[in-house]
Write a protein that binds this ligand. Structure first.
Ligand code: SF4
Length: 299
């Protein structure tokens, strides 16, 4: 990691980021002041692997149906998986339900606010815990998602992209640049995330629209490294087991009664279908009835 020079010092970046965020932020429902920690948790889990545009309507429906952890904890896995619908990676839905049960049983129905308690919840990693603490509870914390990592790597380190996996050095540097005041730190965190999502994107950074353009170490160094040849590979979809799992889950979500294997979608590759089905059963996303039929888990 390169040493941060004085002109790139985060104190100089802070007002630029805050001012840009105030003017360009997206109006997302989970960012409305007073949004509950539960609502923030649901949004963060949904956003882990799904774009904002698909999350927003699903999040609204979800919060209307299950406005607090106790409500979701009382739902069956099948109800939760049907509501998750096509957000993808449906194990997240079951983990969210498990987290709701843990919040109900261990925390009296209130989302906890310490890092240790949050990290102990199913499906809650360091990023999600920090996001809840910062955005819902106004605590000073280091929110370090891929967008923030990329902005800091470019603006402060002069690197095209951060390391493939989060490093301790990155964590320490991110910690060092978070403002001391909790309220300001929350705006710094969300401002950097938004800047990374909208302007300092992985493949095509829009430096001409960036508030950090005059101070960014990567840009001042002539933007070395090819972001287009970056390691970010588009995950294939057609023909994959993920697609196969998605087809099976869609059929089971729509089914009124348990389905026999012969009633499941057939795309001409029985081996793949059986493998995908076995994986879904092993992951707890599908259960087999005593009659050897398949359905979403009921209990
Ligand atoms: S100037 Fe360009 S590379 Fe630097 S932070 Fe802004 S968008 Fe990213």
């Amino acid at each position: 990691m390169q040493v941060t020079t004085s002109s790139e010092h985060p104190e100089r970046l802070l007002p630029l980021v805050l001012d840009w965020y105030a003017r360009h932020r997206r109006d997302l429902p989970w960012r409305v002041p007073g949004t509950s920690a539960w609502a923030v948790l649901v949004s963060e889990v949904m956003l882990q692997q799904t774009p904002v545009v698909r999350v927003e309507p699903a999040w609204r429906e979800w919060m209307q149906r299950w406005p607090d952890p106790a409500a979701l904890a009382a739902a069956t896995p099948a109800e939760v998986l049907r509501a998750w619908d096509r957000l993808g990676y449906p194990r997240r839905a079951l983990r969210l339900r498990d987290a709701a049960i843990a919040i109900r049983d261990r925390h009296g129905g209130t989302v906890p606010r310490t890092t240790a308690e949050l990290r102990a919840l199913p499906g809650v990693g360091s990023y999600t815990a920090a996001a809840i603490r910062s955005f819902a509870y106004g605590e000073r914390d280091v929110v370090l998602d891929t967008n923030v990592r990329r902005v800091l790597a470019r603006a402060l380190d002069g690197a095209a992209l951060p390391a493939p996996s989060l490093t301790r050095a990155e964590e320490r540097r991110a910690e060092a640049v978070v403002p001391a005041d909790p309220a300001t730190s929350a705006r710094w965190n969300i401002g950097l995330m938004e800047l990374g999502a909208l302007v300092c994107t992985a493949r095509a950074p829009r430096c001409g629209s960036c508030p950090l353009a005059h101070t960014c170490a990567w840009r001042r160094a002539g933007a070395p490294g090819d972001v287009h040849a970056a390691r970010r590979r588009t995950q294939p979809w057609q023909g994959t087991d993920r697609q196969a799992r998605g087809r099976l889950m869609a059929a089971l979500r729509d089914a009124v009664e348990p389905l026999a294997v012969t009633e499941l979608p057939d795309w001409g590759d029985e081996t793949q279908r059986d493998r995908a089905l076995a994986g879904l059963v092993a992951d707890g996303l599908v259960e087999v009835t005593p009659q050897a039929r398949y359905r979403l888990p009921e209990g």
